[in-house]
Design a protein around this ligand. Sequence first.
Ligand code: PLP
Length: 366
Amino acid sequence: MISVVGFAEEPAELRDSMRAAFDRVMDSHHYILGPEVAAFEDEFAAASDVAHAIGVANGLDAIEISLRALGIGPGDEVVTTAMTAFASVLGIVRAGATPVLADIDPDTALLDPESVARCLSPRTRAVLPVHLYGQMRNLDQWRAFADEHGVALIEDCAQAHLARESGGAAGSFSPIAAFSFYPTKNLGAIGDAGAVVTSDPELAGTAKQLRNYGQAGQYEHVSLGLNSRLDELQAALLRARLAWLPEFTARRQAIADRYRAEISNAAIRLLAAPTEASAHVYHQFVVLSDDRYALANHLRDNGIGSLVHYPIPLHQQPACLDIARDPAGLTRAERHAVTCLSLPCHPGLSDADVTAVIEATASFRP
Ligand SMILES: *Cc1c(COP(=O)(O)O)cnc(C)c1O
């Protein structure tokens, strides 16, 4: 079976460096907020074109901490997309703010600025675009949009490690941004982990306090924070994996280039290609089909796995039925949710695997 995740195919050299990282932490006897976290924060900040990265427990907390560091909370509204992981919205709720859902551009499945404009109110404090599937688009326009409307921009970069647009990396376009290192992300830990990134030293300081019980110094609590510390062990493992990320990302892009060039079936549509100015990191390679589950079954019959990201838009989740939204509706997110299918696209795929996926898409008849 050609799997949608590639853990089994990872290079032995990477597994060895992860074991060495594990031993290093075991032997250091320093398990929380030590040298591995500090070194990973420096290395990840450099990779993301920002001055500071603050390691936290997961991506959900990274969103909550980003909002709280900006002083966004009860009474404030934050506009985000209906087509994202549940955590994008839950992080807003956890910060005490009110999420408002906007619709997507059907060609990319990314947040649509016209829909966001319809969601603005005098209480709007931030817009939270998600670099869905690893795509970065129109960040300069989003920055201008945020300035024009006097709201903060906060990037959800959980799917976009090393993605770039016009010279800036994911996370460097907004004053503060959130990453997840959930195991299946492009950069993943061996468990839960996340980071907040910023180039503003004050926001970095606030985020550091918030992740550690709101402490300014030992036993001095200046705010009501969280326990959202990144473990030394996960930081050490992430450092080993970060060293491989550029190569792994290039492989994802090469696979996606072949899919774009060679998938040819009138019953399968592709999302828009990345612009000249952008580096899509293909956390997922998503196709659209009116008979998406028939396509998934056909792929499975040919030994190929696939997944759906995401089958239910946020406003149709049982926990979110009352959520505020674009008064014009979220019909494009609804349409995307019933047509999207993610093909295998990870560095563990061989050229023969990629050919097999392309051939299976060619023989699909709805
Ligand atoms: C994975 C993900 C998150 C949440 O990350 P966790 O580490 O699982 O909490 C947030 N937003 C998006 C877009 C994600 O894909």
